[in-house]
Design a protein around this ligand. Structure first.
Ligand SMILES: *Cc1c(COP(=O)(O)O)cnc(C)c1O
Length: 237
């Protein structure tokens, strides 16, 4: 009988093979790419199984679900928050997240800073989520935003200066309808500009189940994989 553990072990092997092949194609060390297992909609029991199989980093995109799962799982994992975050959830998120990958405004950085300074012993790692196509209707800070609060460089500077936060780098999702390679090439350029001002901001979180190869080719240090590891989600999120 095939157990859930067998299933997850097989899909994890396949994802690791994909990362390995993508690294080999551009002469990168596979150890330079961290796999973040995006476990949203899947139970805490899957998180425990993945941890047992060697997964070190997990991602969630809803505060309530993430808080409950993090409380239910004892394994020493790094919890990444990758979803859209309302400022009133900052106090909750800073209590269980190790990394918030989706900071896209100075106001959100401010709320996280206040909460992190009060409620955490160690600084919270923050990635600035970048909107690659600059569409203000969707998530992400923008290179040259009309609205200062959403300007990529101002958001990065705000995180850098904020008490309780540590600027780790950037995160992005390839915009719908874009060639992922083109999106990740653009992201690599923005990440390089960010490192010129903030040399420690080395993280590039890019690539999901459908486009991890393109992300690795353009320098992703973290890939966020849900479907290819855990299976299709039956909710639209
Ligand atoms: C759900 C999600 C992922 C994982 O997507 P898959 O296509 O299932 O691998 C990655 N990043 C973010 C921000 C997500 O919300």
């Amino acid at each position: 009988m095939t157990t859930r553990r067998d299933e997850l072990a097989a899909s994890l092997d396949e994802v690791r093979r994909r990362i390995g092949r993508a690294c080999a194609a551009v002469n990168r060390d596979p150890g330079s790419v961290t796999l973040v297992a995006v476990t949203k909609t899947y139970p805490a029991s899957d998180v425990v199984l993945l941890a047992g199989l060697g997964v070190t980093d997990v991602g969630e995109n809803k505060d309530q679900e993430a808080a409950a799962k993090a409380a239910a799982v004892d394994e020493p994992l790094r919890w990444h928050f990758v979803g859209q975050l309302q400022r009133n959830k900052a106090k909750s998120v800073v209590t269980y997240a190790d990394v918030v990958e989706s900071v896209d405004s100075m106001r959100l950085a401010g709320a996280l800073s206040t909460a992190a300074a009060r409620l955490r012993e160690r600084p919270l790692d923050v990635l600035v989520q970048v909107s690659i196509d600059g569409d203000p209707a969707r998530g992400g800070a923008i290179d040259g935003a009309a609205e200062p609060d959403r300007d990529l460089w101002r958001v990065a500077a705000a995180v850098q200066e904020a008490e309780g936060l540590r600027l780790g780098g950037v995160m992005a999702v390839a915009p719908r309808g874009w060639e992922p390679a083109r999106a990740f090439a653009d992201l690599a350029g923005l990440a390089e500009r960010l490192r010129a001002d903030h040399p420690d901001a080395t993280v590039v979180s890019a690539g999901m189940s459908g486009d991890l190869e393109d992300a690795v080719r353009y320098g992703a240090t973290h890939v966020r994989i849900g479907t290819s590891l855990l299976g299709m989600r039956n909710t639209l999120r």
